[in-house]
Structures are given as C-alpha cells and as structure tokens.
Design a protein around this ligand. Sequence first.
Ligand code: 7RM
Length: 654
Amino acid sequence: MTDIAVLLSETRSFPPPADFQRQAHVRDRGLHDSATADPIHYWAEQAKSLTWRTPWTQVLDWQPPHAKWFTGGTLNVAENCLDRHLAGPRRNKAAIVWEGEPGDRRTLTYWELAREVRAFANVLKSLGVRKGDRVGIYLPLIPEAAVAMLACARIGAIHSVVFGGFSPESLRDRMNDAQAKVVITADGGYRRGQIVPLKRNTDKALEECPSVQHVVVVQRRAAGPITEAHVDMREGRDHWYHRLMQHAPDACAPEPMDAEDVLFILYTSGTTGKPKGIVHTTGGYLVGAASSARMVFDLKEEDVFWCTADVGWITGHTYLVYGPLANGATCVMYEGAPDWPERDRFWQLVARHGVTILYTAPTAIRAFMKWGVEHPRKHDLSSLRLLGSVGEPINPEAWMWYHEHIGGARCPIVDTWWQTETGGIVISPLPGLTATKPGSATQPLPGYSVQLLTQQGEPIPTGGGLLSITRPWPSMLRTIWGDDRRYVETYFSKWAGRPDLYFAGDGAKRDEDGYWWILGRVDDVLNVAGHRIGTMEVESALVEHPAVAEAAVVGKTHELKGQSVCAFVTLRDGHQKSSALREELREFVAQKIGALARPDDVLFSADLPKTRSGKIMRRLLRDIAEGRALGDTTTLADPNVVNALKEQYADSEG
Ligand code: 7RM
C-alpha cells in the first residue's frame, strides 16, 4: 500500500510580526536546540517552574510503553494553580471572568477562587471522599466546574468531567466505569435559551450507578433560580451546593500527591463501542499544561485569555483551567452558544472583557465565515493580540479569514495539534518565533519528538504518512482506566516490535521546510485508484470556493477505482444549490489539486454531522454515501442532521 498522497500546495507564509516578536517569551531557536540536545534536562528545567513539596529523584522512568515522570516528587495541582499566587500581586487579580448565556456575570479573583476551592474541598471530605476516590462532574460551564476540579485536586480525589450536553446513558456508563462515589451537577444550564435539565439527567443515570453515594447540586441562578420545584432532591443522597458551602470551613491544606498519582480520567468515545477512560497523572500533566500554555499563548500578566472549549473536553481541562491558572493568568469562561441571542455574541464578549488571546475551533471559525463579516465588524476587536485554533485541521481559507477579520491582519495564529491522549499541545507555532503557513500546525514544541512513518515504520523525511510521537513526554496518557491492554494495543502496537512508538491515528505530511500538515484521521483516508488521499486537502480545496462554507469528503465504493470521492458541502449564506454549482465545484477541485480528487458526487447539505465538540463525523457520511444503515450515532450533536441528509441522499439517487 502506498502512503498518503500530497495534493495541496500552500505557499503563503507569515513571519511573526516584529512588535509581537520583540515582547514574546520565546523568540529564538535556542530553546528548541537545547531541548533536542537533551530532552530530559529540558523537561527537568520546565518542571522547576512548578512548586514541588519534595523534589523528584528521577526525571523519566521509561519501560516502553509505560512511562513515569518525576518519580519520587510530590506536589499538589491546586496549590500550584492557586496558593502560590496568593502571596504576591496576583492575590486580587481576576482568575475567572465568567459570563452565563442569559447574560449574568461573575468575576472570581485568585483569592476568592482559592477560598471557594478550599471550602468545597472540605465539603467533599465531609461526604466521605478520600484520596484516590473518583468524583463525577456533570455541570454547565460555570465557575463551579473549575472549583470542583480544583477541589478534587486539592484532596487527591480523581475527577472525571462529563460534558453537560451528554445524555443520562453516557453519564451512567462513565460513572460506572470509573466507580464514582460522588457526582457534582446543577439543577440546569443554558444552551440557546433552553434549560438543559442536568439534575433530571443525573437522576436517570443514577438509577443504574450503585457506586454513587452522594450528589451535590449547584443552583444555577440566572434570570432567577431554576425553581427548586423542578428538581427532585432525594433525602440523604442529594445536597444543594450552596447549603453545604454555608457551613464549610475554609481551611484545607493541599494533599501532597505523588507525581504519578492520577489527577483525572477523561473519557473519549473512540471509534467503537465502549468509551476509553484516558488517565492523566499529576506532575507530568501539570508540567506539560503549564509550560505549553505559557509558551504557545505567550501568556503575560496583563493578558485576558479566552479558551472557548467546555471543561468536558481536554481543551477545557488543559487550557481553560490547569494551564492558565498554573501561570496566574486571567481566564474568560462563557457558558453558552456563539449565536445566542445573536450571531455576534463572541465578538461582544471579546470587546466587553478586552480579550487579548482567543483560542477556538475551526468548526466555529467556519460558522462565523458562513454567517458573514458583519457580525465581528460591529465590535472593537483591537484588544486581541494572538489567535489560536484546535480540534481539526484548519483549512487555509478559514485560517486567512480568521487572520483578516478577527485578527485584523495583526495577530499571529497558533494552529495547535494535540489530543486527549497527549494532555497538551504537541505541534504548534511559537508565536514570537515561528513563521506560520495557513493550514500547517508548523513544528513540534521543544522537548517533543515527532516522526512521519510508513505503515511499515520506515521514516518519511518529506511527503505523507502516519504521525508518530517517538519519545515519551510528561503529559502523555498513562493508561486507559481499567484496561491497560487496550492502552498498549491502541497506542503502542502499530509497528511490530516497537512498543516505544506512539501511534496518534492521524495522517500528516511534512513539507520541504520540515513543516507539519495534519491530513485528518487515518480511519477517514480515501483510496482512489490506489492513491491514499487525506480528507483535509480535498475539503480545503472545496472551501476555497467562494460559495462554500464547509465541506466533508468520504470515499464511496466504486467498481473501477476502488473508491470515488463523495463531497458533502455546506454553502455560505446567500448562495443557492444548483446543478451548475455542483459541476463547478467538481471542476474547481480537479483544477486546484488534480483530477484524481475530483468528486464524483457533490451533495449540498444545510449542516454536517458533528460530535458535540464540533468534529465532523465522516463515518456517518460514509454510511450515507454507501446507502447503509447508520452506525453508532450516540456521540452526534444533532441527530436531525443525518436524518435530513439520508432522505436527501435517497432522493438524489432515485
Ligand atoms: C485537542 C483535541 C484529537 C484529534 C486529533 C486530530 C484532531 C486536533 C488539530 C487536529 C488538525 C489540529 N483533542 N486535531 N487538533 N487536527 N489540526 N490543530 O482536539 O482528543 O478531542 O481530538 O483532533 O485528528 O487526533 S481530541
């Protein structure tokens, strides 16, 4: 089998703006060079910026594929994120600037957040939570989500956050797998003006969760409380957060944790069946989170950092809570949808809070493009100095739009590649050092060793292949909760006899400058007449057409070519579908990247099926293209999207 073909060629390049470079934390290659020469020394240096209770005796103990970092060292994550900022000028600095969807606002200083965390840590203790116990967190994006995570960290309990948009069944399965003792939820949250009934969902889930002994319920007051009448509090099991907090003492010493003690479990759905509980530990995770947040986002004392992810995703763990707070930064947190009540909500938030760094996902950027530039234009976005992207490949067209219309052509963009499993960013520009290319995540951060390999494990210097991380890194996953065999099989068994090579599951290409371009999941790669084509390049070509807002391509069985390209296309507002446009798009792709990639089918769709974190689910589009029954749809954000597509596809065939 050939490795992945390279089709797209992008020649634009943006060096760091001089005034950005002048003030940046990292502005020369010295750090990269020293990290490459001695990665162990490099990581030890990074670890020294944290507060340790006892120093480590060994930086890395690597028994492939199992790593231990900073062995013998002890520390506490909450102490690093809170207590150490309280002695100096950060004491009264805003830690969390929060806005609810209905428009309610709260700001917590480091001092206030630390008090709240200590009190809630005592609440957890009073409910019988001990070091090593698992605590489920099923909350809207409100400050209490961060409080709950940090309170667990403070007493050494292991948290497992479940995204508030997930169903009772998802919550049930995760709580059972983790054998959680306590669940923290809310009466409700807000999404597009609707109330999400979190407590009711929790009650349903807990019908089949015998391990859970207590439920703490946050009262989400906005326009008024979500009335207690709507919430059924079970005597003995359920407790209001605000009532427990009234009597909670606010002194609580942080528990010194071993560097390798588990900090959290975060479930990812994976491609088949049972969700995987990705396990992250204390020392290595925080070293990765804190150092990458500082370097990639160039965090400074005055910054207002807004990561738009929910705490239910790894991005929310690492860059909404742990990374920024470990650096003493001010974080913006927003509960709701980007188009509520209007399509300019994000830009209103940026202007109101003076956001300096915005970190969001390509799916959001493409939605903003579709909605039109009039929405950001209504607001003063001049406070922004740096933009970030995460979650999917960002196609060059969306990159340029973000650069121009949000960044005012003045802000560097960091396209950050990483995974739940990596714990933190692995490949990304350093904004004061790296010249960026639209659509490329550029280069591995210092201390990371990444290679492109063939299916057989031979290195590919330039071209397309499989992305592998070839040396352990501090914030790597340690195992899958309760299933170490699956850990070994999924991540370290791709290349026979090489249990030291981490298989990321993504296809990538490396260009002549050594830049990395993520081509999409290997499971999604198409095979047209023996050529393996990544989804990203064909989709990027389509999105370059002025009528196209978003595109997803999949392979469809073809008797001669093996597979043909089938494209699902969403149009920008103001454009109409037509057979002429369909023909135009087929030719457009052929022209841009070659006849090989010309789609046989182009289907216009009002929406694409996505996961709740915004990733396109090409697997379901393949089912539609092949005319077969849909596979597992439980991780889908909006089931109506696929039903509509199925009907439309059946019509177009008939
Ligand atoms: C952080 C996160 C991981 C998968 C990963 C990729 C894709 C993430 C980028 C990207 C291209 C990027 N964790 N991905 N970031 N692809 N460029 N900058 O998203 O576990 O939820 O997903 O997301 O396929 O393997 S995740």
